[in-house]
Design a protein around this ligand. Structure first.
Ligand SMILES: [Zn+2]
Ligand SMILES: [Zn+2]
Length: 252
């Protein structure tokens, strides 16, 4: 069992220490745990986001995880990742960071349009052109070849019974299929009854033939001990016709 969606305190909305997450994962029988805290971005403005680490914290993030990776190497494999948006104007900064630090993978968490300095949050009710913008940016992100999977691909908040939703989300799914990029069934949303994960979305993914991965999106160590939710999600996906994948591509 593997999980690649785990946060740390640096995003200001998670608790527990990295080691607590690792010990919880070991107790639950995970063989691989990937950390993917919200990535910093090199903003041109003086903007200070409240939901991600600051740029100067990346070095401590990586060195802390490298130490724990070594300490626990006989019990569990630790991967160092980030959950990143696709901010077109800041992608050079992200690529630079991926060269500077031993980041194993990044996942696409397409939360904001363009940048969180002024872009809308895609989880709020969207107009049709904003749904299109969500899908277009997901597609551009996938085309970079950098992202290992799409986290909560169904974050876009739009009436799922509108045929336009199916039309747009099908474009997203087709691109993921073309690039063989798994789509995440998000356990945090599932457990807390958010508008995602969304059956209507996964029915489209089923028709397209996408691979689906479960992501815990752990913001506390206990989330990795909650095997009941994990099993429910697995059964739910089975009912929708999916055998889950745990196979992602790494950057290194
Ligand atoms: Zn996210
Ligand atoms: Zn997350």
């Amino acid at each position: 069992m593997k999980n690649y969606h785990t946060h740390t305190k640096r995003c200001h909305h998670a608790i527990d220490n990295e080691e607590d997450y690792i010990q919880a994962a070991i107790a639950s029988g995970y063989t691989e745990l990937g950390f993917s805290d919200h990535s910093p971005w090199m903003y041109q403005s003086s903007f200070h986001p409240t939901m991600r680490m600051e740029a100067h914290e990346i070095s401590d993030y990586v060195s802390t995880l490298l130490k724990l990776k070594e300490k626990y190497k006989n019990q569990i494999s630790i991967k160092i990742g980030l959950e990143c948006e696709y901010f077109e104007k800041y992608m050079d900064g992200l690529k630079e960071m991926l060269k500077t630090y031993p980041i194993d993978y990044i996942i696409l968490g397409n939360h904001y349009d363009g940048s969180d300095e002024d872009g809308i949050y895609f989880g709020f009710p969207l107009k049709s052109w904003q749904l299109t913008q969500y899908v277009n940016s997901c597609i551009q992100a996938m085309e970079t070849g950098l992202y290992s999977y799409v986290a909560h691909p169904d974050l876009a908040n739009y009436p799922t019974d509108d045929p336009f939703y199916a039309e747009e989300m099908q474009r997203l799914c087709l691109k993921a299929k073309q690039y063989d990029i798994p789509l995440e069934f998000n356990l945090l949303g599932y457990r807390t009854h958010r508008h995602y994960p969304c059956d209507d979305f996964f029915k489209i993914a089923k028709d397209v033939g996408n691979r689906v991965i479960i992501g815990t999106d752990a913001h506390e160590a206990d989330a990795l001990l909650d095997m009941q939710t994990y099993q429910q999600a697995k059964n739910h996906l089975k009912d929708l016709g999916f055998d889950i994948t745990e196979d992602i591509r790494f950057l290194r």
